[in-house]
Design a protein around this ligand. Sequence first.
Ligand code: TPP
Length: 261
Amino acid sequence: MPLNLTTYSKITWCPGCPNSQILVAFRQAIQELVDQNKLKPENLVAFAGIGCHGKITDYLNTNSFTSLHGRLIPAMTGAKCANPELTCIGFSGDGDSYSEGLEHLIHAARRNSDIKVFIHDNQLFALTTGQASSRSPLGFKSKTTPLGSIEPPFNPLLTLLSAGASFVARTYAGDLKGTKRIMEAAISHKGFAFVDIIQPCITFFDTRDYFKDRIYWIDENLPKNDLNKAMALVNGGDEKVPLGIFYEVERPTFEDQLAKI
Ligand SMILES: Cc1ncc(C[n+]2csc(CCOP(=O)(O)OP(=O)(O)O)c2C)c(N)n1
């Protein structure tokens, strides 16, 4: 049955912002999972952090919750513990979860909380007009780094793999089909699912050409349970940027363990 996942809210992202593609991919993924009886719309809760990415819940006709900046994960894990029937899906930014709220992300991965986290990774703080984040590259010039950033960028995939995330993937917002596929797999995964979505900020740091020349999809049929291989893949330097599911294993979730106490 076709769901109405749209709302009356006017979209206020910049015209052409890849956030819109993330929104469309998500709506399509939800529709497909509902059609396949893999998801009950009444159990879906979309969570948002603070930032441009966080507007996404305004445009989704689902249950939703907007958290404080950097505190997306505590809101999600709290809801999931209170009602394990819920499918908790969070949208966050590299400022919201790789800078301010990083500790929560790491511990949710370690615990294998059964939540799905999609990070709109635009390598800066977009809503506050383009300051450097922990994801900005060396030499990045912004209002907070006028002479160029002197910090190497954070590698979220490597960190989440070593923290114990049971599903780790990366996609590119401009690839709608690929993003939908990764979202469906993440939502279907039982356990902590983490997806970094490369989302060029066309206003403050337009990396579309940069990524167009570097992204490639890894072979879908490669085994996904080899942690060392996954780590090597996501730590292979900047020249090529692999996309796909790097790691996926099953292990007991935090909520299942909690229910046994
Ligand atoms: C505790 C707190 N610190 C700072 C801010 C200001 N603030 C609002 S949005 C934002 C940047 C968000 O960046 P990111 O999470 O990368 O999201 P984007 O806008 O890039 O999607 C900041 C610093 C805030 N609202 N609350």
